[in-house]
Design a protein around this ligand. Sequence first.
Ligand SMILES: Cc1cc2nc3c(=O)[nH]c(=O)nc-3n(C[C@H](O)[C@H](O)[C@H](O)COP(=O)(O)OP(=O)(O)OC[C@H]3O[C@@H](n4cnc5c(N)ncnc54)[C@H](O)[C@@H]3O)c2cc1C
Length: 412
Amino acid sequence: MARPRIAALRHLILNRFREQRKIMTTPTDYSDTVTQLRDTVERVCKDFPGEYWRAKDREREYPTEFVQALTDLGLLAALIPEEYGGSGLPLSMGVEILKAIHEFGGNAGACHAQMYTMGTVLRHGNKEQKEMYLPRIATGELRLQAFGVTEPTAGTDTTSITTMAVRNGDQYIVNGQKVWTSRAAQSDLMVLLARTTPKDQIKKRTEGLSVFLIDMQEAKKNGMTIKPIRTMLNHSTNEVFFDNVPIPASSLIGEEGQGLKYILSGMNAERILIAAECIGDARWFIKKATDYACERKVFGRPIGQNQGIQFPIARNFAEMLSANLLVDHAAKLYEQGKPCGTEANLSKMMASEASWNAADVCMQTFGGFGVAEEYDVERKFREARLYRIAPISTNLILSYVAEHELGMPRSY
Ligand SMILES: Cc1cc2nc3c(=O)[nH]c(=O)nc-3n(C[C@H](O)[C@H](O)[C@H](O)COP(=O)(O)OP(=O)(O)OC[C@H]3O[C@@H](n4cnc5c(N)ncnc54)[C@H](O)[C@@H]3O)c2cc1C
């Protein structure tokens, strides 16, 4: 790969975004940036066609080259403020990058965390932590891709996690287990949520949890083990075991015992960004299905001439367009610092349903060829299904809306 050319291109792109921001007066001024971001992402994705993703999928291999190409162009540092070496773009531009990656055939699941997990450090870290880590995350020298929250016995009930970090002088000693810690093997740092006060000693169930930024390379030498979980899609996800792992006390982010609050403060951005990926997927399926419906001739005419084929695709388009409006609306609210829990959650729900419905219709449109690997439909179909479960499942979104928006009694 021609590194100097890419470095020069990165410089050029970042400077262009920065210049544009200086002359912007309203949020709509970002339209040129959106076009440039989409063009840039499309060019990257062209270098990584279906064959690349199929080979990675077959071997369950991490798409290192694709992630490196995005890193080299500064796309994963889009949301890091300029003072720490990023482009300082608003969330809606991260949304556009992720939509485009998925629309043009890529999969950001391998690296989306590099874009937003740093938010925990940015919002709640101290000056030294920000200065030490953010510039190196912006260049890609450090990968902050692992987010250790979910545990096998607690599941969605995060307040029941049992992984313990016990203070011992200028260290904490960590014991416990995480599950579904994606990209742990491809990460230098992990944001870890662990209990610092036993559950029976806390007054409120949301207290007693703390967030740590862990140096994975050090932890691996000192009792942390990573065990990959083979899944139906290529997602590099793992179990992570902590066996008396010492970490410096300086790894604590913010105040001890307030960790759940810090993790929750990043959830809305995460939901919106994942929703963006679903919009990209839905667009990919709709285009794939439409093209095939126009080309494939059966009974002497294109199958797309049949309303039984047209209407489901047109419905997918309607669902994608509506969900997209909600995603953009949620991103705007987030950027304005307004409450957006309901919009962020619902955008993830509606976008994941739009992409899943589009996946199903695309497969149906392809008939038997839908299940053949070479068309990429079956692979994208497997990938699209995940987002109805993770990072939050549909039921939990509905229960959030029932409780917080409609004022119904809490169900758990
Ligand atoms: C591929 C993959 C990658 C992931 N990556 C990460 C990661 O990087 N870091 C991380 O921390 N986690 C990660 N996760 C975990 C993910 O966030 C959880 O799987 C998800 O939140 C659901 O939790 P669970 O699997 O424990 O399901 P459970 O909590 O066991 O729930 C199972 C089912 O029961 C339903 N349910 C549970 N409680 C209720 C209720 N009160 N009312 C109605 N229905 C309910 C749920 O909606 C769900 O459908 C990942 C998961 C997957 C599959």
